[in-house]
Design a protein around this ligand. Structure first.
Ligand code: COA
Length: 248
C-alpha cells in the first residue's frame, strides 16, 4: 500500500514537472489548463509512456517495454528507445519525427523540437548515441549522430547536422554543425567565419564569364556582357584570304 502511494506521488510530481516544462517553453501552452496539456500534448504523452517503458526495461520485463514504445510512436510520432536515459523537465514540442536512440542520455530541462534525431552513425554496438547535457535546446529537424556530447546550455539550430562534440553554451548551425555563438558572442579568429567562406569554383566561373564577356565585346565590336544585346550582328570569324580556318 505504502509503495503504491509512493509511486502515485512520484508520477504526480513528474506530471507536474512535464506540465510546467510545457508552460515554460511553449508559448501556446500559456494559460492552458494542466488537464488539457496532459490530454493533448504529444510530448507529454511520450514522456509518461517512456518512464513506464524504461522502468519495465530496467527490471528486465520482456516485450512490454518495446511494445509500449511502438504504441507511443504510432500515437505521437515520437520514438524513444526504452533504454534511453532521460532527465527531468524534458520538453518535446510538437513531437512528430523525434527519434531518441538506445544509448542516448538526456540531462535536465532539455527542449527538443519536431524531427530531432539522437541517432547512431552505423552498425557499431555499445555507446553510439549522443549525450545531451542540461538546458540544451535542439531545433527542428536537427540530426545529432554518434556518441558525441552536447555541452550544457548549448543550442543546436534547426536542420543542423552535428557529428562532433558541442562545447557548453555554444550555438551550432549548418551541415556540418559549426559554432556561430560561444557564450553569446560570435567566435573570433581567421578560421571562424564558416558562413562566408570563399567559393573557389564560383570565383573561377566568374573569372571565365568576365573573360568571355570581354572577348564577345571585342569580337562583336559592341557592348555585351551583363545581358546587354550586341548592336550589330556577329561577323563571321573567317580570314579574308586563304583556307577557311575552321578546317574540314
Ligand atoms: C540557432 C537558434 C537556436 C538561434 O540561436 P542564437 O544563439 O540566438 O543565434 P542567432 O539567432 O544570433 O544566430 C546566430 C547565427 O546563426 C544563423 N542561424 C541561426 N539559426 C540558423 C539555422 N537554423 N541554420 C543556419 N543558420 C542559422 C543566424 O543567421 C546568425 O548568423 P550571423 O552570425 O551571420 O548573423 C535558432 O535560430 C534556431 O534554429 N532555433 C530552433 C527553433 C526551432 O526549431 N523552432 C521550431 C518551432 S516549431
Amino acid at each position: 500500500m505504502a509503495a503504491a502511494v509512493g509511486i502515485a506521488r512520484r508520477v504526480a510530481a513528474e506530471v507536474r514537472r512535464d506540465v510546467a516544462a510545457a508552460r515554460d517553453r511553449d508559448p501556446s501552452a500559456r494559460g492552458v489548463s494542466a488537464v488539457e496539456i496532459v490530454a493533448t500534448w504529444p510530448g507529454v504523452h511520450a514522456l509518461l509512456s517512456h518512464r513506464l517503458a524504461h522502468a519495465l526495461y530496467e527490471n528486465d520485463v520482456p516485450v512490454l517495454p518495446r511494445g509500449l514504445a511502438t504504441l507511443t510512436r504510432a500515437l505521437t510520432g515520437i520514438e524513444i528507445h526504452p533504454a534511453a536515459e532521460i532527465g527531468e523537465g524534458l520538453f518535446i514540442d510538437h513531437g512528430a519525427g523525434v527519434v531518441i536512440g538506445e544509448t542516448a542520455k538526456i540531462g535536465d530541462n532539455v527542449t527538443l523540437y519536431q524531427g530531432v534525431t539522437l541517432g547512431g552513425t552505423g552498425f557499431v554496438t555499445g555507446k553510439r548515441h549522443p549525450t545531451v547535457q542540461d538546458n540544451v535546446t535542439i531545433g527542428s529537424g536537427a540530426k545529432l549522430l554518434g556518441p558525441i556530447t552536447v555541452g550544457h546550455g548549448a543550442k543546436v539550430g534547426a536542420n543542423t547536422v552535428v557529428i562532433t562534440d558541442v562545447p557548453p553554451n555554444t550555438t551550432v548551425v549548418g551541415n556540418p554543425g559549426h559554432p556561430v555563438r560561444v557564450e553569446g558572442r560570435a567566435p573570433e579568429g581567421p578560421d571562424t567565419d564558416w558562413i562566408h567562406l570563399p567559393d573557389p569554383v564560383a570565383e573561377a566561373i566568374e573569372g571565365l564569364a568576365g573573360r568571355i564577356a570581354a572577348l564577345e565585346q571585342r569580337v562583336l565590336g559592341a557592348p555585351n556582357g551583363n545581358g546587354a544585346k550586341a548592336t550589330e550582328p556577329a561577323k563571321p570569324l573567317r580570314a579574308d584570304k586563304g583556307r577557311d580556318p575552321a578546317g574540314g
